[in-house]
Ligand binder design. Structure first.
Ligand code: DX5
Ligand code: ZN
Length: 219
């Protein structure tokens, strides 16, 4: 069970302290937004490179941008462990995967809540991660959408059938009261922003609680 806190909910001007506070996480989730694919704007490759240099854990970069065909490699070159892009943003996901694989970066594909997963199941053969969004991408602090969990189940079934051990990730509204539902559906990698970076909450304690709840649900 992997817990990847999202720094979208951290204090951007105290990023180094935020990163140090999540050293018990499996990776740090970095949300890249471009004002086009989603109505919000965050980090470019220069910032992601600095996060990579300072972070005690590997980077899980989530690209919410148009034209990953053109830009995904820039984020792979930051040294991120894994780069995930949205299938809705490209006509040629396999071409983007080719480029990322060439740089030796782990790869992920992501689907928005309204996007069916079936057409993309064959890609499980070559990706390291499938991200099923459990909110509309763009902002932290939204409510978990349990109705997308059948897509998580479909990914888990297909990965099992193919004998592939991939990261099955959910992102959005993940908190102690929702993580169990996702774990039961077959998710093994959990992004949590506002439930980890919350005033008055110790991020390490929040990570431990999420991990425990996910493990409990999958037993
Ligand atoms: C939303 C981002 C998420 C966000 C999750 O578009 O992809 O990673 O940080 O935030 P919470 O956990 O607050 O829903
Ligand atoms: Zn994200």
């Amino acid at each position: 069970m992997r817990i990847n806190p999202s720094v979208l909910s951290a204090d951007f001007v105290n990023m180094e302290a935020a990163l140090q506070s999540i050293s018990t996480a499996d990776a740090v989730h970095v949300d890249v937004m471009d004002y086009h694919f989603v109505p919000n704007l965050t980090f470019g490759p220069q910032m992601v490179t600095r996060i990579q240099e300072v972070s005690p854990v590997p980077l899980d970069v989530h690209l919410m941008i148009e034209n990953p065909d053109r830009w995904a490699v820039d984020f792979a070159k930051t040294g991120a462990e894994c780069v995930t892009f949205h299938v809705e943003a490209t006509d040629n996901p396999e071409g983007v995967l080719d480029q990322l694989e060439e740089l030796g970066t782990k790869t992920g594909i992501s689907v928005k809540p309204g996007t069916p997963i079936e057409p993309y199941l064959p890609l499980i053969n070559r990706v390291d991660q499938v991200l099923v969004m459990t909110v509309e991408p763009g902002f932290g602090g939204q409510s978990f959408m349990a109705d997308v969990l059948p897509k998580v189940e479909a990914v888990a079934r297909e990965a099992e059938r193919l004998g592939r051990e991939i990261w099955i990730q959910v992102d959005g509204g993940v908190a102690p009261d929702t993580i169990g539902l996702a774990a039961k559906a077959g998710a093994n990698t959990f992004v949590a922003g506002s439930s980890v970076f919350k005033p008055g909450v110790d991020p390490a304690a929040a990570i431990a609680e999420l991990r425990e709840k996910a493990m409990e649900a999958s037993r």
